[in-house]
Every structure is written in structure tokens, then in C-alpha cells.
Design a binder for this molecule. Structure first.
Ligand SMILES: [Zn+2]
Length: 608
């Protein structure tokens, strides 16, 4: 009976897995008009949203994010910040103290589907909408919404009057349809972090007082009317008129739209690679101007590195904007703090721009797979900084390894598959997503080899840009490039807190032979590179393939002779081999690259 049940279950699983291979994604087309009142920090919005259901499912409800509602006393973000063991210093109890004129809100005043009014309910940061007419697979519908909004005092990411005096940081500022994908609706409340959006086109008109300069997502459609540094090079900038005027932006094939505005911005442009124009918006403050000028050629070099090592940036514009509260990535732009030292300014620009590839173009659901977002970004940003600053550090990820080891020792590690909001502390989230996530790639280089990792990143970009790739999509890219089986690497590293600990247990030397016994002390499997120096000064490497990987990586040090030994089957805690070349061993070390995140490095070496 049990066998028959199991068989039936396996058949069902096989069919489901097959269905998941036919990829689809929803589509949005937004037209929005905003009229801003900069004295009250309130604005009125109109939104027309054409929504196309490319899923195989009939939809009876839809959900929108109303992110600004998080900035109200008693919100989930407020309570979570006051109950987590290590509150974000930018949030702490600040939301609880906001007065009515300082809170954020987005209040829909009307919502229609294809001309007919809809029933809806605001539940915290989510708008729950019951449809009049179900959206069938392959069909489109048009929603029209009017809303009133108030920009909160800047608490986190978006808001008015940030710590560096930038007036409007407009991220998460509009009613944003939640994503529906192969895992269903993702109407996550806005508690702390991370986003997941629907791919589509944005047409946005912002009406604002004439003395403000706007930077953000999208191509400005009326640059010669607007001026403010957008006018064609060589043409004369129009003087700002009095009163208000309307900025018209179009952003094709993005999943978010962000902007910032200030009356004191300097707006520079700089030619980036492949005809991309880089825009820089920063405070007209003599103390920071030199840093922001020096940043411009470096930003072009960084973009060139990402283009060459992942794939070509597909838009014609990217903007680095002083706004927000540290650094945060958005469509075709970033909002960053801008008053600090040059090294920090370049580091944050590198990290946030790298997000244009990891999370923006490769739009993983960062609430569920935060390590693919922050970790991959940290990895490639550290590689880029190492190259652009010509530091030639053989392991630019050593800081990430240190972070990971600290997390393991703390005993507070969650599996990386934990939802971004559900970690016990901000610290354990941060190290897991950023540091352990970067180590995932740095260590994969050790597992499959440097060339294979480079090709994997390019193949992953080629196959999954403008989509919502999953962890399995990434590891399949690595498998297809390398020919190895790598599911064990993905599952142990990301879905468990298993650790790696290999040891040199004994080295017994007799007249002509040396017998080496290695031990696997940790649960996570790994292939082993072992380096041996002989008493005559010569060196040799030994490679012990991991049996479940079903393959051998190329020799990472071609100038050094490598002996490929028999496979190590994971379940065996010990592995014995002999060196019978007649040479005496002086010392021996497991993984000289230190890319394998072995939690006990003490037992990795043998000295005669
Ligand atoms: Zn990041």
C-alpha cells in the first residue's frame, strides 16, 4: 500500500514539475498623473493601469501595495521596529512619534475596473480589491484609481526632508499592483524590507513647483521645456518659469518607478559605456562637489565592469541621486546618501548600481530570496571595486567570509530561505543576505572553477533578465555551464544551516610513502583541493572530487601539477589516500584559496 501511494505521489510531482517549466509573467501598463503641493507635502494622484493576466489562472481579486501607510503610529513597521531585538537606527520608535501632519498615507478615493466601481478595503499597507469581473487567462483589464497621499517625514527609504536636507525622496510612493506569479499572490505587508514587482511600462506626469529639479526612473519627454540640465548639450537651458510645470517621464520595461526632487540640486551628466547617459543629482554644497565630480568617471568604469561581467545594461540612462537614507536601488537609478567620504560614496554607488543587474533586471522575489538580491550584488560589487580601484586583492570577499563565520559562531543563523521579514534580528538578516549570499558565489568559484562561474553569471543574465528567476534557475544555469550536478550546493547552503568543516586527521610517513587521512566533520559536502609542499621545495596539488557532483573542475592553478584522486562519497566521514612519489611532505593545506567557507581553519593544515 505504501509503495503504491508513493508511486501515485511521484507521478503527480512529475506532472507539476513539468508545468512549472512553462514560464509566464503578468504585465502592467501604468499612466499616472501627480499634482504635488510642496507646502503640505500632499499630492493627488490619478492612475490608469492596464493589467494583463498571462497566468493560466482566473483572477477574482487583486492587491495593491500602499507603502506610505507603513509610516503611521501602530503600523506593522512601527511595532516590528519597537519589538525586534536590534532595531534599525533609522526607524527605532520614530514612527510612533509622527504627528498627523507628518505621517504617510495613500488613500484611494475611487477605483474602477473597466468603467465600473469596485469594492476595496485598505488593510494596513495593502489594498484588497474584489473584482466585478474575473480576469481570465490571457485577458486584460483596465483599473482607474484616484488617490490622495501625504509624504511622510523621512523614516526609512522614502519621505520628505531627509537627513542631508533633500526635500523629496519618492520611493514606494504610488499604489503599486502586487505581483502574481507561479507561487500566487505576493501581497506582502511593508514591514521592513524588500520588494517584488510586476514588469511593465510606466508613463508618469509629475506637476511640481518650477524651482524643483527631478531625478529618477524614466526618460524625460519634454527636456527642452523643463531645462534643469536635461536640455540637449549645447542648447541654452530655459530659465525656470514661475508656478508649476509638468515633468513627463516614460520608462519601458521596468518593475518600479522612483524619483527625488530638490530645489538645490546640481544636475550633471556624464557619458557612460554603450551610449548610456549617466546623471548625477546632488546638493549644491561646496563640501561635496569635488567628491561628486570624481564619482562620475568611476561610475562609468563600474558600469563597464558590470556590462562585461554580467551583461549589457539595457536602458540608455542611469541616475545617481543624493536622496533616501543610505543607499537603495531602483529602476534606472539609485537614491544614496551623499555627504560622506569618497570611498564610501564610490562603494555605495557600486553596490546600488550592481543591483540594476541583481534584483532589477534579474528580478528575483527578494522577499523570499534576499540572498540572491543582496548577496549577488555584494559579490559583483566587491569584484568591480577591486578591479576599478586596482586593489588586486585575491579575495575581495574576505569581509563577507568574516561576516559569515561570525554569524555561525553567534548561533543565531537562520536558513537563507527564511522570508526577509522573519529573521529574529536585523543583524542575522543582514549577514545572511549580504555576506553569506556573497560567499555563495565566491565559494561556487571554488566548486566549479573561475571560468565556469564567469560563464554562469553571463548565461544566467542571458536566460533570465527581465524575468523573475528563482534559486533553482540560477543553479541550473551553473549546472548547464559546468556539466556538474549542483543541487546539493544550493540546498545545503541556502535551505539549511549545515556548515563545512574538513580536517587533515593524520599524515603518516614511512620510508617511501605518505598516508593521508582526511575527515569530514561538518554536514555540508565539498570537493577538496589539497596543497602539498615537499621537503625539496617542490609543490603539488591533489584534487578529491565530490562524488555527488559527478565531475571534476578544471585545475585552478595550471602552473602547478595536479593529481586527481578518486571521488569522496559524502556519507563516509573519512577519506584515505597515499602519496608514493618518494618525496617527504613538509606541509599540507586544505584549500589555500580560502574560498571554501570552512568554519574551522585550524584543522586544515599539517606541518611536519
Ligand atoms: Zn543592496
Amino acid at each position: 500500500m505504501i509503495c503504491r501511494y508513493l508511486f501515485a505521489f511521484m507521478v503527480v510531482t512529475a506532472v507539476t514539475a513539468q508545468n512549472n517549466n512553462s514560464y509566464w509573467q503578468q504585465k502592467v501598463e501604468y499612466r499616472m498623473e501627480i499634482d504635488m503641493d510642496v507646502t503640505s507635502y500632499q499630492y493627488k494622484g490619478k492612475q490608469e493601469l492596464k493589467y494583463t493576466n498571462n497566468s493560466p489562472d482566473t483572477l477574482n481579486r487583486v492587491f495593491y501595495h500602499l507603502y506610505f501607510n507603513a509610516f503611521q503610529p501602530g503600523s506593522e513597521m512601527d511595532i516590528r521596529s519597537r519589538t525586534i531585538e536590534d532595531p534599525d537606527r533609522r526607524v527605532k520608535n520614530r514612527i510612533s512619534k509622527l504627528k498627523p501632519a507628518e505621517v504617510g498615507f495613500i488613500k484611494p478615493t475611487s477605483l474602477k475596473q473597466d468603467g465600473k466601481s469596485l469594492k476595496y478595503e485598505v488593510v494596513g499597507t495593502v489594498l484588497e480589491v474584489t473584482l466585478n469581473k474575473a480576469i481570465l487567462p490571457g485577458e486584460s483589464t483596465v483599473f482607474k484609481m484616484n488617490w490622495d497621499a501625504q509624504i511622510p517625514e523621512q523614516i526609512r527609504r522614502s519621505g520628505r526632508n531627509n537627513a542631508e536636507g533633500i526635500e523629496l525622496s519618492m520611493a514606494q510612493w504610488y499604489p503599486k499592483l502586487a505581483e502574481y506569479d507561479f507561487e500566487g499572490w505576493h501581497a506582502d505587508p511593508y514591514i521592513g524590507r524588500e520588494f517584488h514587482g510586476v514588469w511593465g511600462d510606466f508613463d508618469v506626469k509629475i506637476t511640481l513647483d518650477a524651482n524643483y529639479t527631478i531625478g529618477g526612473t524614466g526618460y524625460l519627454q519634454n527636456p527642452d521645456d523643463i531645462g534643469h540640465g536635461y536640455e540637449a548639450p549645447g542648447s541654452k537651458a530655459k530659465k525656470p518659469k514661475r508656478g508649476k510645470y509638468t515633468w513627463h517621464f516614460i520608462a519601458p520595461n521596468v518593475h518600479d518607478f522612483t524619483w527625488a526632487a530638490d530645489t538645490n540640486y546640481i544636475h550633471d551628466t556624464y557619458p557612460g559605456p554603450n551610449g548610456v547617459t549617466l546623471h548625477f543629482f546632488y546638493n549644491n554644497d561646496p563640501k561635496i562637489i569635488e567628491n561628486w565630480k570624481n564619482l562620475q568617471p568611476k561610475t562609468a568604469e563600474l558600469m563597464d565592469f558590470f556590462n562585461k561581467n554580467i551583461g549589457a545594461y539595457p536602458y540608455k540612462q542611469y541616475s545617481v541621486i543624493q536622496a533616501g537614507d543610505g543607499g537603495m536601488e531602483y529602476a534606472m537609478c539609485t537614491l544614496i546618501s551623499g555627504n560622506g567620504k569618497f570611498g564610501g560614496l564610490m562603494g555605495v554607488t557600486s553596490h546600488e548600481m550592481a543591483h540594476s543587474w541583481f534584483q532589477f533586471l534579474l528580478a528575483t522575489n527578494e522577499l523570499k530570496h534576499e540572498w540572491m538580491d543582496e548577496g549577488f550584488t555584494s559579490y559583483i560589487s566587491d569584484e568591480a571595486l577591486n578591479a576599478v580601484k586596482k586593489e588586486e586583492n585575491p579575495n575581495p570577499h574576505d569581509g563577507s567570509y568574516r561576516g559569515y563565520y561570525y554569524l555561525v559562531k553567534s548561533g543565531k543563523e537562520h536558513p537563507q530561505s527564511t522570508h526577509a521579514d522573519r529573521y529574529a534580528s536585523n543583524r542575522s538578516y543582514g549577514i545572511s543576505a549580504y555576506s553569506k549570499g556573497a560567499v555563495f558565489l565566491a565559494q561556487l568559484e571554488y566548486v566549479i572553477g573561475s571560468d565556469n562561474l564567469k560563464k554562469t553569471l553571463k548565461r544566467y543574465f542571458n536566460d533570465f533578465s527581465f524575468k523573475h528567476p528563482t534559486p533553482n534557475d540560477f543553479i541550473r544555469s551553473a549546472e548547464k555551464v559546468s556539466g556538474f550536478e549542483l543541487d546539493w550546493y544550493l540546498t545545503d547552503w541556502t535551505q539549511t544551516t549545515n556548515t563545512i568543516d574538513y580536517a587533515i586527521k593524520s599524515v603518516l610517513m614511512s620510508e617511501n610513502k605518505t598516508q593521508v587521512v582526511l575527515e569530514r566533520k561538518g554536514l555540508m559536502p565539498m570537493p577538496i583541493d589539497l596543497f602539498v609542499t615537499y621537503e625539496d621545495g617542490s609543490e603539488e596539488s591533489f584534487y578529491i572530487p565530490l562524488q555527488m557532483m559527478r565531475g571534476e573542475k578544471p585545475n585552478p592553478y595550471p602552473s602547478l601539477k595536479r593529481v586527481v584522486l578518486k571521488d569522496w562519497a559524502w556519507a563516509f566521514p573519512e577519506y584515505t589516500f597515499e602519496i608514493d612519489n618518494g618525496k617527504k611532505v613538509k606541509n599540507m593545506k586544505v584549500d589555500v584559496s580560502q574560498r571554501m567557507a570552512d568554519i574551522d581553519l585550524e584543522n586544515n593544515t599539517f606541518e611536519q
